[in-house]
Design a protein around this ligand. Structure first.
Ligand code: AHM
Ligand code: MG
Length: 336
């Protein structure tokens, strides 16, 4: 068997060779990975651990919280609170930011997460995941507030996700490409399985919730209509469709074999830019996708260049294989 590279070894070697992972950031990534391991164990036990079903509460966006949403949120907070690497955390499941309590030292980073993405799949044993994003706290003032989090995605120093599927896999970028680690449950460690992940520029596979078609804007409708037209249509080729309804799992497929993922604006809620959250979902995924040679826009601009105005901001998302994302974005430009 060839020699395995653990997450720790990978991070230490990156720090040594490229100096792109400061010690605090390395610690932070390791703590997030440890928390994901604990979440994976809870997810895996399912009904036997009495973790399935609704918690009977709602989050800030008015969505019903599942027990596992809350457990995962608590695991991430508990794991990250005491390490000294963070100033504050923000989560899709919490109304306000969580400032590191005074009893622990404050670090220089800010951590944002969607503790358990793909909530509708939790109870039906389909892949779900944890998404995270790391920013640096601005250094021009004391203390920390929500405003410190409102940085565009191009300021992320690290981002990643962990997919709880047939395998538990951690996917990471620190701005120097994308790497994947799979959890060895017997050993309890993460081991490198993929280095320099690349998304092919072209694809024949799209992921979108087709049941919303009648609500889409014309550019999105045009793109999908052309895909559906197959070999005799404008694209001259047949397309395949996949929709897991867990962004983590859909993006994981795209990082593994290419494709385009869209959760666009739709007319049901015209004042909302989209369903997905900029800070917890779109930004970390856009960072990963760009680092793997793909592209990510909201139809008008690069997702990573959007200046957030609030923590729980929503956004329209088009990401994946570069040429396809550019095509959909161009259709938006033409539509004005
Ligand atoms: P969540 O964070 O509450 O789980 O919602 C986000 C999820 C994404 O993972 C997925 O792409 C989308 O919602 C699925 O939406 P739909 O059920 O409309 O297909
Ligand atoms: Mg989510």
């Amino acid at each position: 068997m060839s020699k395995r590279v653990s997450l720790t070894q990978y991070l230490v070697e990156q720090q040594r060779e490229h100096d792109n992972i400061p010690a605090q950031l390395r610690l932070l990534i390791e703590v997030v990975a440890r928390a994901c391991k604990r979440i994976a164990i809870a997810v895996n036990k399912g009904a036997l651990g009495e973790v399935l079903g609704s918690a009977g509460s709602e989050n800030v966006q008015g969505e019903v919280q599942k027990k596992l949403d809350i457990i995962s949120n608590e695991v991430l907070i508990e794991a990250n609170e005491w390490g000294g690497h963070l100033a504050a955390m923000a989560s899709e499941e919490m109304d306000e930011i969580h400032i590191i309590p005074n009893r622990y030292p404050q670090g220089e980073f800010l951590l944002l997460f969607d503790p358990l993405d793909g909530s509708s799949n939790i109870d039906v044993n389909v892949s779900i995941g944890t998404i995270f994003s790391v920013l640096k706290k601005p250094t021009n003032h004391e203390g920390v507030s929500e405003a410190d989090f409102l940085q565009p995605g191009n300021q992320q120093v690290a981002a990643g996700y962990c997919v709880y599927g047939p395998q538990t896999t951690l996917v990471l970028t620190v701005g120097a490409g994308v790497v994947m680690f799979t959890l060895d449950r017997e050993l309890g460690g993460w081991f490198l399985v993929e280095q320099d992940v690349q998304i092919p520029a072209d694809t024949k596979e799209f992921a979108i919730n087709m049941s919303n078609m009648r609500h889409w804007a014309p550019p999105v409708k045009r793109y999908i209509d052309e895909c559906l037209a197959g070999t005799t249509g404008a694209r001259g080729k047949d397309f395949n469709m996949r929709w897991i309804a867990s962004m983590v799992a859909d993006v994981h497929r795209i990082l593994s074999r290419g494709g385009i993922f869209m959760y666009p604006w739709d007319a049901r809620e015209p004042s909302k830019p989209g369903k997905l959250r900029l800070m917890y979902e779109a930004n970390p995924m856009a960072f990963l996708v760009e680092q793997a040679g793909g592209a990510a826009t909201n139809g008008q601009q690069r997702i990573l260049d959007i200046q957030p105005t609030k923590l729980h901001e929503r956004v329209s998302v088009i990401l994946g294989s570069k040429n396809e994302v550019e095509r959909v974005t161009a259709y938006h430009e033409k539509a004005g």
